[in-house]
Write a protein that binds this ligand. Structure first.
Ligand code: SAM
Length: 320
């Protein structure tokens, strides 16, 4: 099939992202051009040139395409099922990018499912943690795949409140989407990241608002948060606190679900972060940023889009 036939074969399909398939020819996705795509914005502050990258839950492959365009050495796209395979193949061809795809089923135990790929310098885990029954089980499976000092972007729905809790979407009260279960309180999300030896460096926050009635609930202070973290060594004494560190050597869950041998055997990554907030720029610096302290910073709140490259719209000329 030539390009024109290829494009015609998928143009009218259901699309998650909006993608320009030929000059001026857009496949229309689910979001409006005004909806910010925070993981895309975080991704561009990570220096991916020459890096090995993993994307979890790739749909048609917007993020893997941008990883390739940023000069990644190797990119692995994944999804539970290959439901966007044909569209992804077209995207690869039209955008002239080369990435692999692996079907992974449910997101548990990914360190076993992806063990043959070695370690990754960069992992994107966005838009999936609220879809799973057990976010800790998912993080425990993914963390061993990250190289020492590697970067990981974690993006999910949160409740802007103090305390360590997960809000359950009982009766679809937070949104009626049938794959959505949990919203983390912001300190809970941060604690989970640090629990798995991921230090938050930087983040962006999109408050849910009436602009998107699918996830806006009057009276609920919720939103979507995208956090970039750096992997610190598991051996860092008493990190993130003495109790958590003790669970790393004594809890049956951690020992069985988080492959310590793989994690501690990873090579050191040379990936760097070019955002303003890389205080934890060495794999031994465990300070990072306290999410709740900065959630009202105007520079971190993204309510709308002034540049389509900050949205779920992908254009042929986009490099990031
Ligand atoms: C909201 S989309 C996010 C896409 C992309 N990661 C992003 O941030 O733009 C959710 C992704 O997770 C996958 N997914 C949804 N529920 C899942 C589940 N229970 N287990 C595994 N994958 C799931 C979907 O196939 C899709 O790729």
């Amino acid at each position: 099939m030539d390009n024109a036939e290829l494009i015609a074969s998928v143009l009218k399909d259901w699309w998650y992202y909006s993608v320009e398939l030929a000059p001026g020819v857009m496949a229309r996705g689910v979001d409006t051009p005004q909806t910010p795509m925070l993981p895309r914005m975080m991704l561009r502050n990570c220096n991916l040139r020459g890096m090995d990258c993993l994307d979890i839950g790739s749909m048609e492959g917007l993020i893997p395409t941008l990883m390739c365009r940023q000069g990644a050495r190797k990119v692995l796209a994944t999804d539970a099922i290959p439901h966007c395979q044909k569209k992804m193949d077209v995207l690869r061809q039209v955008y002239g990018v080369n990435f692999d795809f692996q079907q992974v089923g449910l997101l548990y135990d990914l360190s076993a499912k992806l063990k043959d790929h070695g370690g990754f310098d960069f992992i994107n885990l966005s838009g999936v943690l609220y879809h799973v029954y057990s976010p800790l089980h998912v993080l425990a499976g993914i963390r061993p795949l990250l190289k020492k000092g590697g970067l990981m972007v974690v993006s999910t729905n949160v409740m802007r409140r103090e305390g360590y809790s997960l809000e359950f979407n009982n009766a679809g009260k937070l949104q009626t989407e049938t794959n959505t279960f949990w919203y983390h309180s912001v300190p809970m999300l941060e604690y989970l990241l640090r629990y798995f030896n991921l230090v938050p460096l930087d983040f962006l926050y999109l408050p849910h608002s009436p602009v998107n009635p699918h996830n806006y609930v009057p009276g609920q202070d919720s939103g979507y948060m995208s956090v970039v973290c750096r992997a610190v060594d598991e051996a860092t004494p008493n990190y993130p606190d003495p109790w958590a560190a003790r669970t790393h050597i004594a809890s049956w869950e951690y020992l069985a679900l988080c492959n310590r041998e793989m994690m501690n055997g990873q090579p050191v990554s040379s990936i760097s972060y070019r955002g303003d907030h890389d205080r934890a720029n060495a794999s031994t610096d465990t300070t990072g940023i306290t999410l709740m302290d900065h959630i009202m910073d105007p520079a971190r709140i993204v309510a709308s889009v002034d540049d389509s490259r900050n949205s779920q719209f992908l254009h042929l000329s986009d490099m990031y």
